[in-house]
Design a binder for this molecule. Structure first.
Ligand code: SAM
Ligand code: SF4
Length: 327
């Protein structure tokens, strides 16, 4: 019988994000410091066997339905295709979030290995601005990566754009045009206080309402059903695709959150903004049974709070950045 990964607020968790590395080949200003971070030593990362054991347990015992691989940058982990092959054996929707730079080489292999869906992060279509934001001169490769993902058969390909006031908010309509022309789904993400440089402030957040106002000035939008998905969605009234906004800050969707996380070093987190985590790696490496591991997952989920408190005086910023938690 499948148990439920249920918390005290009656939320049943079905979506698992696994960070498979905290390393990255980019240094996005809103995520990492210029010099990078102190990477977790290889022996402290969960091995593929360990990741597989936890994933199998979560799927078979607790009915996890979707797994997303993330990081850091997941494509820098050696032998990624082997991990995809293993996880693709499970009855889950298997997806990945990537900065896209290696996709011209890898997209086909990832699809063949069994990856179902892909999200690619891109925050500017202007070369100079892209270089400033990522501290890398790779816009061309990322655009080619998006094309390679489409050619490989990923459908839809989703583009994640973090919108920051005064930095790239003047490109919202350019991204709308890009999405409609290229037939990719653009999702605008509100800037969250998880940047390693700690430069986040509420004034920099381009809210869902702000973003919608810009898009609506050009296009008629029709709301779509959201379910438990983090993105609020609309389709364009003229039928040319859809657009989403992830409004973690201005319109938190915590009451319908069904997501749990594993960090690259094997810590279980019940919320992106959690201040506490649960050491699964210790159990895995010290002879724990599946029942022991399942118990820690259950108690970790039960302690989940009702929601984060961003913007309120009680909010405490997690000590880890987005790249260390797994965005
Ligand atoms: N490296 C991969 C990538 O960039 O897609 C996966 C990891 S990244 C941490 C996952 C997502 O988090 C990306 O879409 C990125 O834009 C987003 N992200 C990182 N820092 C953020 C922040 N401070 N606020 C909002 N989104 C952020
Ligand atoms: Fe790397 Fe992704 Fe963070 Fe950019 S957002 S620094 S690509 S982990």
């Amino acid at each position: 019988m499948t148990l439920k990964l249920i918390d005290t607020h009656n939320r049943v968790h079905k979506d698992l994000r696994i960070s498979i590395t905290d390393r990255c080949n980019f240094r996005c200003t809103y995520c990492m410091p210029e010099e990078g971070l102190e990477w977790t030593p290889r022996e402290e990362l969960l091995t593929f066997e360990e990741i597989e054991r936890l994933a199998v347990l979560l799927v078979n015992r607790f009915g996890i339905e979707s797994i997303r691989l993330t990081g850091g940058e997941p494509t820098v982990r050696a032998n990624l295709v082997d991990l995809i092959n293993r996880l693709a054996q499970l009855p889950v929707d298997l997806s990945m979030t990537t900065n896209g730079v290696t996709l011209p080489l890898m997209a086909g292999k990832l699809k063949t290995a069994g990856l179902d869906r892909i999200n690619i992060s891109l925050d500017s279509l202007q070369r100079d601005r892209f270089n400033n934001l990522t501290r890398r001169d790779n816009l061309k490769q990322v655009i080619e990566g998006i094309d390679a993902a489409k050619t490989a058969g990923f459908d839809p390909v989703k583009i994640n754009m973090v919108v920051m006031k005064g930095i790239n908010d003047d490109e919202i309509l350019d991204f709308v045009d890009y999405g409609r022309t290229k037939k990719v789904t653009v999702r605008f993400i509100e800037f969250m206080p998880l940047d390693a440089d700690e430069e986040w402030s509420n004034d920099r957040v381009m809210s869902l309402a702000d973003i919608l106002e810009v898009i609506s000035s050009r296009h008629e939008l029709i709301p779509l059903q959201r379910g438990n998905a983090p993105a609020a969605r609309w389709k364009y009234a003229d039928g040319l695709g859809e657009v989403g906004v992830i409004a973690t800050v201005s319109e938190a969707f915590c009451e319908s959150c069904d997501r749990v996380r594993l960090t690259a070093d094997g810590k279980f987190r019940n919320c992106l903004f959690a201040l506490k985590d649960y050491d699964m790696r210790y159990l895995l490496r010290n002879g724990a049974t599946d029942d022991d591991i399942a118990d820690l997952f259950l108690s970790g989920v039960q302690e989940k709070w009702a929601g984060h408190q961003i913007g309120k005086s009680v909010f405490i910023r997690p000590s880890k950045s987005m790249s260390q938690i797994g965005g």
